[in-house]
Design a protein around this ligand. Structure first.
Ligand SMILES: Cc1ncc(COP(=O)(O)O)c(C=O)c1O
Length: 465
């Protein structure tokens, strides 16, 4: 079967990204554009359109309007996902040899940039739930303990990254965290890939968005948490801690010379659609419906995990002795396609289409799953093996470029990794280049791989010492 034939395959229900749910919730104007003869709209960077870095043209005009609306200094559309814009933001924040502080649940795009640019990550651990295997949101007390452990002068720490909300939708209160970082003179990049829509719904009792919480740089994945096409994203910047010239140069460094006009139009339309009163009211209705869907599922005794994002349905399958991968397999075979299987949980993304039929459909399949599945031995995630504050044993850029040898992971105990180990989704590295695979890390990665077929019998590049 070709890719193109697969793309029209029907599923009973698609509860994965992109959040426009297979076109159902695409902005009307984009739908109209796509109804033109195929490819008609695929234009190059004509002067009337410009590019995200042009001063003139339609893109520049929209970017200016949007940043004025949200009191940002500026914003840039991106066509290489939130990943591409996060990478530019990281490069704008730190020079080679400098250090960025980041949580253990940072996205892999950050790690790749650190390796590429010789930027040194210092990781801080996060509180962790044994019930779900998920990291909990960061609190100011926790961050205070992290700061106490650090020597800011010695380490040339030039910025901090926060991830909020997480893939599952956990989010804390960003404003006090950002204020605290600013007291330390640290610019803050918030990876809000999963929370773009918070910006338009300050009336719905959702987490306060990063931009209104005074973050210096914010990256949104428009296909994950708004109704953009896959790969669409936007980066916002604010305040005086980030050098504007550096930011523009960093975007220029990584941006394609031929950005897709369709994707750029999708960036624009997805944001415009949420600024339009009529369509906004429909999306806000969807969010309220999502809250109701959560309530209904709880009433039906489905073991849901509470997060701050109503659009994420996180089911704690381990509560009924079934791991998330087995459950995912079952739902997939029955046409209900989820987003993120993990050992203890399975996460579905409602997106912005009408999903009112989901609770009944889910209940039926859930009961079938309970009847048909062999319950596992007691599922247990190991406590994460990280110190509160920890840097790789060898600088990440050096480790990445070192001579390595590929060996089975089972033989890697006490070796230094030259590799990134990172299951996707969720794209959170378990090990980065330069880190030692000590006994705790070795056991923890083995535990993580118990149900995850991607992590079984894999090879790893280790550094020749
Ligand atoms: C927290 C987080 N940040 C950034 C990204 C990258 O987003 P994109 O797929 O738009 O490049 C992801 C993707 O999974 C993510 O989960």
């Amino acid at each position: 079967m070709s890719i193109s034939s697969f793309l029209t395959k029907k599923f009973l229900k698609s509860l994965f990204f992109p959040a426009h749910n297979r076109g159902t919730a695409l902005p009307k104007k984009l739908v109209k554009l796509l109804q033109n003869p195929p490819g008609y709209w695929d234009l190059p960077e004509l002067p009337e359109i410009g590019s995200p870095l042009s001063h003139n043209g339609l893109i520049a005009k929209s970017q200016r309007e949007f940043s004025d609306k949200f009191k940002a200094k500026g914003c840039f559309f991106g066509v290489n996902g939130a990943s591409g814009l996060i990478q530019s933001a990281v490069i704008a924040m730190a020079n080679p040899g400098e250090t960025i502080l980041m949580p253990r649940n940072v996205h892999i795009s950050v790690i790749k940039t650190c390796a590429m640019q010789n930027i040194n990550p210092i990781f801080f651990d996060l509180e962790f739930s044994k019930e779900t295997g998920h990291y909990k949101p960061l609190t100011k007390i926790w961050l205070g303990n992290v700061f106490k452990k650090l020597n800011f002068d010695e380490n040339k720490i030039v910025g901090i990254i926060l991830v909020s909300p997480s893939y599952h939708g956990y989010a804390g209160d960003l404003k006090p965290l950002i204020d605290y970082c600013h007291q330390k003179n640290l610019p803050v990049l918030v990876d809000e890939a999963h929370g773009s829509y918070f910006l338009f719904c300050e009336n719905l009792n959702l987490p306060k968005p990063a931009l209104s919480s005074n973050a210096d740089l914010v990256v949104h994945s428009l296909h994950k948490s708004l109704n953009g096409l896959t790969q669409t994203a936007v980066l916002w910047y604010k305040g005086n801690l980030i050098n504007e010239r550096n930011l523009i140069d960093s975007i220029n460094l990584l941006q394609t010379t031929s950005p897709s006009s369709l994707l750029l139009s999708s960036c624009e339309e997805s944001i415009k659609d949420w600024l339009n009163k009529k369509s906004l009211s429909i999306y806000q209705k969807r969010i309220l419906e999502a809250k109701n869907i959560q309530k209904k599922l709880i009433q039906k005794n489905i073991p849901l995990v509470e997060t701050q994002d109503p659009l994420k349905i996180v089911v704690n399958t381990s509560k009924v002795g079934i791991d998330g991968f087995t459950a995912d397999n079952f739902f997939y075979k029955n046409g209900l396609i989820a987003e993120l299987p993990e050992m203890m949980t399975l996460t579905f993304c409602l997106g912005f289409a009408n999903q009112k039929d989901f609770p009944d459909l889910f209940e039926k399949l859930w009961n079938k799953l309970l009847l048909n599945s062999k319950k596992s031995q007691k599922l247990e995630v190991l406590q994460s093996p990280f110190r509160l504050v920890q840097a790789p044993e060898i600088e990440i850029g050096i480790a990445w470029r070192s001579e390595t040898r590929s060996i089975p992971f089972s033989q890697s105990l006490n070796k230094i990794s030259g590799d990134i180990i990172c299951p996707y989704p969720p794209g959170i590295p378990l090990l980065v280049p330069g880190e030692k695979i000590d006994k705790d890390r070795f056991n923890w990665i083995n535990n993580q791989s118990l149900c995850n077929k991607d992590l079984v019998n894999f090879n790893i590049r280790v550094i020749e010492i």
